[in-house]
Design a protein around this ligand. Structure first.
Ligand SMILES: [Zn+2]
Length: 233
């Protein structure tokens, strides 16, 4: 389901600012739909239990958990898993922090190949690849200030337990709510280690997912333009 901004403020369109220091009027979008589920401060408290769980996993895999090479493995693995799911710590609202991006233009802009690393929630194994975001924009100063946030938005949603389709949709929704563009399309191309390493998928094959919102979904011409673009890239 697409999350629509709760309130759209038409006033802010007239100001034409995209500066971080500008205070956002209280009527503008709230990202309450992206609440965190784990606070960073809680990670330390959870570490011992996670560590014990990893010791169990190693033991049940038939390993000698007392051997030299594995002594610190449960702790390392627990910390690594917390790091790989640290996207739960932050919300998009946290990082945008009242930034306003006003846009009302037609040109298509592509932000290509943002690195993405995530964990498949079915197997707890990595999948990784590239995220590309397509926007109808032309005000370059607003665009550049927004582009700088994109990798962090991608991080927030990718550093969680994920499936690629949901990740694609969440990034598109976040951009749509933050920037309120006429449309947004997000394409993710990724390799899933749970498939590659089990031989289900060839080493070099990629899974491609895309989400379209606004004009990319509704406007026939924009949609065609977008589909042609991604075929040639
Ligand atoms: Zn998987």
């Amino acid at each position: 389901q697409l999350l629509k901004p709760s309130v759209v403020n038409t006033q802010s369109k007239m100001n034409g600012h995209c500066n971080e220091s500008v205070e956002r009027p209280s009527s503008v979008v709230v990202y309450s739909k992206h609440e965190t589920s784990r606070k960073e401060a809680e990670d330390k408290t959870h570490l011992p239990a996670l560590e014990a769980a990893y010791t169990n996993i190693l033991r049940e895999l038939g390993e000698d958990t007392a051997r030299q090479g594995l002594l610190k493995t449960p702790k390392r693995a627990a910390k690594a898993m917390q790091f790989l799911t640290k996207g739960y710590h932050e919300t998009v609202e946290d990082i945008l922090n009242n930034a306003i991006f006003d846009e009302d233009h037609e040109e298509m802009v592509i932000v290509k190949d943002i690195d993405m690393f995530s964990l498949c929630e079915h197997h707890l194994v990595p999948f990784f690849g590239k995220v590309s975001v397509y926007l109808p924009l032309s005000n370059l100063s607003c665009l550049f200030s927004f582009i700088s946030y994109l990798p962090r938005i991608v991080e927030i949603f990718s550093r969680r337990l994920q499936v690629q389709e949901r990740l694609t949709k969440q990034i598109a929704t976040a951009v749509f709510e933050a920037l309120q563009p006429k449309g947004v399309a997000v394409v993710i191309e990724a390799a899933h280690m749970c498939m590659v390493m089990r031989g289900v998928q060839k080493m070099n094959s990629r899974t491609v997912t895309s989400t379209m919102m606004g004009t990319y979904l509704e406007d026939h011409r924009t949609r065609e333009e977008f589909l042609q673009l991604i075929q040639h890239n």
